[in-house]
Design a protein around this ligand. Sequence first.
Ligand SMILES: [Zn+2]
Length: 406
Amino acid sequence: MWARIVQWLAVPDNQLVVAVFVSLLAGLYTGRWLDRRSRNLTKPIIPKGDKALFKGIQYILSNDHDQAIEELTKSVQINSETIETYVALANLYRSKGAIDRAIRIRQSIILRPNIDERIKLGVLFDLGLDYRKAGFLDRAIDTFHEVAKKDPSDVKTLEQIERIHEELKDWESAYQTRRRIAKLTGGDHKHILAHHLVEMGKVHQEKGELLKAVSLYNKAISTHKTCVDAYLHLGDLYFTRKEYKRAVSTWKRIVQVAPRFTFLAYRRLEGAYSAMKNLKPVGDFLKACAESSGDAFTYMALARYLYNENDVEGALEQVESALKLAPAFWEARRFKGEILLRHHREKEALLDYEDLISHLNVPFLKFRCEQCGYQSNELQWQCPQCRNWDTINLVDSADESAGASR
Ligand SMILES: [Zn+2]
């Protein structure tokens, strides 16, 4: 039977149940260990005669949460001392979305006299998770702070605190919390700290506190040299102040530090140079980028530039290069169609339409999270699903369409 359980536990779909099961077992073991410390050596892991608990565990394993709740409820009526059973019950209620019941059970556990401090902290942490899930962010953060106060080196709790600060857009507190996490765990946290600084900068910029914003963007860049978002916003800020040269040199640094994100600078460069009434440098810049990196976005930006300069053939050539790399790059498709129709090249437009149809079933997903697989049409620095920073990357559309047609 044990082999079957192990096999079952290995299936990823059963993760939630695993969590409840493991917490119950771990709790029961800890309970026995604590009993052992207090010289109560004879008490078995599952109390004798507690068939309901045994049945409850079996129902947890077969993913039948309703029956599991029923049996565990019976078990606590027989033996109201086993805190772990209450914890498992609360977890089951939470997994069913009955957060209020989960919260009430945990509150009653915490109020018990003589409860072991480790168990109490665990229950408090879970209570924080319940509050968060129920949307009571203030209560959640208070609860996590209570845990962190008693166990200041608990990274799991600090991560929860940081996440809520991020959700509340309290970037200063998120930043301070991340610094604490960095001190505890070591490793590289610079990219996260830089994002927090950029977000702080954005808030100041919105309030019109430009100097403060500039210094935060610069601090972000010195914290993490490849923080693309910092260059973008610093450049944008200079641009709104009509400091075009500064804006341009700031955006251009993206090409050096993170070439794969250069496309984010193109449109901005175009805007700045047209404000400066001199588009030639942007053309030179794009041509140099097309030669060195040569991704679909670069070709497309160069196509736009050439078309604005009335070089229709040159523009079509660049669009073709873009579509060769990424057949389902819709912006390029549309641009090509617009050029052909505007210049009355119906025959070519028709051929292009035929080619387009053959690619219609190709989903063009531009961005995907490396961590959790979340897919999006827009670039986000923080994944909305797994909340990791800088894990969302451009999907190579050529690979994507090749994969789809395979
Ligand atoms: Zn993700």
